[in-house]
Unconditional design. Sequence first.
Length: 118
Amino acid sequence: MPARSFEDVEIWKRAHAWVLKIYRLSENFPKHELFGLTSQLRRAAVSVPANFAEGFKKLGKADKLRFYNIAQGSLEECRYYFILARDLNYGEVRELQKDAEVISKMLDSYMRMIVKDK
């Protein structure tokens, strides 16, 4: 049975749970990072499930793939912010990095399926 809503898709569910973990981690960042790393990381993270949701409703393959590709770009942006947070000793990011890898692979697979679908 095909998904009726973006909320039915496992990629979105995992990405949303990942964003919640990022919010919890970034609550502990120093206050002077509120408008820096905290804001940037959260913005990029939220972009992943948000762009997936927007792409889900698009009718054309090209439109869908464009939004899913934006989600991939935001994932990569988060990967850098995880490195920065780790190097600044702002918290443990290994689990978030692993989650990002899983979500990225799922998104890649989903996009390949769309490309192959006739």
